[in-house]
Design a protein around this ligand. Structure first.
Ligand SMILES: *Cc1c(COP(=O)(O)O)cnc(C)c1O
Length: 718
């Protein structure tokens, strides 16, 4: 399980596997892909096949010392890699895990943030408090610092011409790390190259921009961060000998790569390096050639997600010779003084895609000039990461589902399970165990928060922590709803608490208890987002009192993948209440669906495709045409009254189905329908197969057949 390469020694795969993958990535044909993302979320605590295998092998006492050190690290080392903020990063991680499972020759590139994103504390008086994350890449399993091929004691470094805050030319140095995404069978891997620009010898502005994901102190820092990703790609690949010809931009953050590729193309075309002398049509011609190598995924219609930089600011930190490339390709329709990186990404690609069908229609409307080339590839999630171990055991022991770990399509062939009473009973029991596990986690947390009052200055975030006599506990038999995601205004976390009286009345009249479990971070600079968190905390006591103790709203601080996994499997329903059509896809609801948990959702993003006329859950809210829908996030446009009223109409139906024992088949029917109808669609193996069609990679015949089979599970773009 130990493999040595030119740049380090790696754990979890054998030498033969390592050599095979590395030779594919360094093959002169360039038949491999570079996947570029500002963030990658793949915490080892939710998915780590190497650790799982180790736990089945003898303990470290019988192993040699190198083995023992790896064993210790993988089994007992820290299990977090906090280099993601939300859905975009988690999607990247899930995608790469599927690429590894499907044996696709892919290398990923991102940045290594020494201060991660941020840790969230929540105080009932203050709301969200953000703190730097302190984590140790050195101690973290699956993560390796690469070294110089000839000198194992010297870290591998790349040097990039850069600019400091005084617009002076300088050099940015990055050390190169590698996270390995190893396939579930330990027979393949996808390397994720992480560039650490936060070197003590770098200028402070560069260090600052490099140490924290989405640092929003200034637009200068933001521009530098994007530039670090984009300009680091080619030097890093070359230092490693990686030859890939095709690049996939997961969002436009790394688009500066296109500028660099165009500059190289022009140098070759002109046969001299003075590309500032190129004529416009030569620049367009070079851009056309580069377009053939780029695949671009756009992830949001929300303007804040589209990078724009003031031209004069950007000119200060960019190669002068490349200015005209941006002038011609990064035009902003609304502001002649800005560069628009989304526009540039739309321009320079061979394939541009949205992340759901509805989002495709919105994106076409937003970028009419590029409408004809925008298609849909609906997102998915990595089923092996998100299906709880309780549920996985049920699937493992169900003959109709044999092979589900390798092929999520098998769920589509198992229609008879809906009438199979022993299967229903086993699934129900697994669900109940997941609920109990989740509720006991929350109950323990509530008590810990109360105890922390005497040791920290933080007021417990939850009203329940202040109650005694067992009133501070949740009951797993109560209808439990989950909501967890980033706190952006358009996601409307507080939508269903718009009219507390109405919500409480529904519960009191029928004596229906409900647990609402909420979690999520707001970007530290997003004041409206933080206000939504505070607003939720401020409703807790009122909800509890007005419902006579029936409605319990609990906020779980410091949302991460582990909490996500527990929530999506343990709740009875997953709630999604964004303002249509601003949720381009959404993936947390897919994670619930993988566990057979129904969604209650606005008809937005993936749910338009996953709802199946109600077979898998419930819908509510305004469903107007997308061509006239507002894309604004201003409060008046967010339809709080209209969509919350629709929720209050729906809620009694759902609660009746849950509590009325004569209706007892409804929940499990919807649950099983999620397995049968949604797992085959919303998994990243299928998504990988659809992307593969855009990449133009050549694979061995058996692989090609397998990927074609996955591609046939669904066609996103109809
Ligand atoms: C899945 C996930 C998200 C994304 O949720 P959405 O519903 O797409 O907003 C964000 N954060 C974490 C930790 C996740 O696991």
């Amino acid at each position: 399980m130990i493999a040595a390469g030119k740049f380090g020694t790696f754990f979890g795969i054998n030498q033969q596997t390592f050599d095979r993958v590395w030779s594919q990535l360094t093959d002169p044909s360039g038949n491999s892909l570079v996947y570029i993302s500002m963030e990658i979320g793949a915490d080892p605590d939710v998915f780590n096949p190497v650790r799982d295998r180790l736990l089945l092998t003898p303990g470290p006492e019988v192993l040699d010392s190198q083995w023992a050190a790896f064993y210790e690290k993988f089994v007992r080392g820290p299990q977090k890699i906090p280099t993601y903020s939300g859905g975009l990063g988690v999607l990247a991680g899930d995608t790469l895990k599927s690429y590894a499972d499907c044996h696709l020759p892919v290398v990923a590139i991102s940045l290594l943030y020494r201060r991660g994103y941020f840790s969230q504390y929540v105080d009932s008086q203050i709301g969200q408090i953000s703190q730097h994350v302190l984590w140790q890449p050195e101690a973290t399993p699956c993560l390796y610092q690469l070294h110089e091929p000839e000198a194992p004691e010297k870290p591998l470094e790349i040097k990039i011409p850069f600019f400091n805050e005084y617009n002076q030319q300088t050099v940015a140095i990055a050390q190169v790390w590698m996270k390995m995404e190893i396939s579930s069978d330990l027979d393949f891997f996808v390397p994720e190259i992480l560039l650490d620009f936060a070197r003590p010898e770098s200028p402070s502005l560069i260090r600052n921009a490099a140490s924290q994901l989405y640092n929003a102190e200034s637009s200068m820092i933001k521009a530098i961060q994007r530039r670090m990703l984009g300009t680091g790609i080619l030097p890093a690949l070359r230092a490693l000998g990686i030859t890939s010809r095709t690049f996939h931009l997961n969002e436009q953050h790394g688009i500066v790569l296109a500028m660099q590729l165009i500059a190289e193309e022009l140098t070759a075309m002109l046969q001299h390096p003075h590309i500032e002398l190129a004529r416009d049509e030569q620049i367009f011609k070079a851009a056309e050639a580069v377009s053939q190598r780029l695949v671009y995924t756009i992830h949001t219609p929300v303007k804040a997600g589209h990078d724009r930089f003031n031209k004069s600011l950007y000119a200060g930190i960019n190669e002068k010779s490349c200015q005209r490339i941006l002038d011609l390709l990064a035009h902003d329709d609304e502001n002649p003084h800005a560069y628009n990186f989304t526009h540039m990404a739309m321009h320079v690609n061979r394939s541009a895609n949205s992340v759901s069908r509805l989002h495709r229609d919105v994106t076409r409307r937003q970028f009419p000039r590029f409408a004809s080339k925008i298609s849909a590839i609906t997102n998915g999630v990595h089923h092996l990461t998100w299906i709880s171990s309780q549920r996985a055991r049920v699937f493992d022991s169900t003959p109709q589902l044999s092979g589900w770990r390798h092929d999520p399509g098998v769920f589509g062939q198992a229609g008879e399970l809906i009438g199979d009473d022993p299967f229903r009973e086993r699934l129900r029991s697994a669900w109940e165990q997941d609920t109990q596990q989740l509720i006991s986690y929350v109950n323990t947390m509530l008590i810990e928060h109360r105890n922390q009052m005497s040791t920290t200055w933080i007021d417990p975030p939850n009203y329940l922590s202040t109650l005694g006599d067992g009133k501070d506990r949740l009951d797993p038999r109560s209808f439990t709803v989950g909501f967890a995601r980033r706190f952006s205004t358009y996601k409307r976390a507080d939508l269903i608490f718009h009219d507390v009286d109405q919500l409480c009345e529904i519960c009191v009249i029928n004596n229906w208890p409900i647990n609402f479990l909420y979690s999520g971070k707001a970007h530290p600079a997003d004041e409206p987002g933080k206000t939504v968190i505070k607003h939720l905390l401020d409703r807790q006591e009122e909800l509890y009192r007005k419902s006579e103790g029936l409605v319990k709203l609990v906020f779980i601080p410091n949302y991460d993948m582990k909490i996500a996994k527990m929530l999506v499997a343990g709740v009875h329903c997953w709630l999604n209440s964004p303002k249509r059509p601003l949720e381009a896809s959404g993936t947390s609801g897919m994670k619930a669906a993988m566990n057979g948990v129904p969604n209650i959702s606005i008809m937005d993003g993936w749910w338009v495709e996953g709802y199946h006329d109600g077979a898998t859950g419930w819908k509510f809210g305004h469903e107007g045409a997308v061509d006239s829908a507002s894309l604004s996030e201003s409060r008046e446009e967010l339809l709080y009254f209209e969509d919350s009223s629709s929720f209050y109409e729906l809620l009694p139906l759902i609660l009746d189905a849950f509590y009325d024992k004569t209706n007892s088949r409804i929940f499990l029917d919807k649950g099983i329908n999620n397995l049968l109808l949604n797992i085959p669609i919303f998994n990243t193996h299928r998504m990988a197969a659809e992307y593969l069609q855009r990449y133009g990679l050549v694979l061995p015949a058996a692989r090609t057949r397998e990927m074609e089979r996955f591609a046939q599970l669904y066609c996103s773009d109809i």
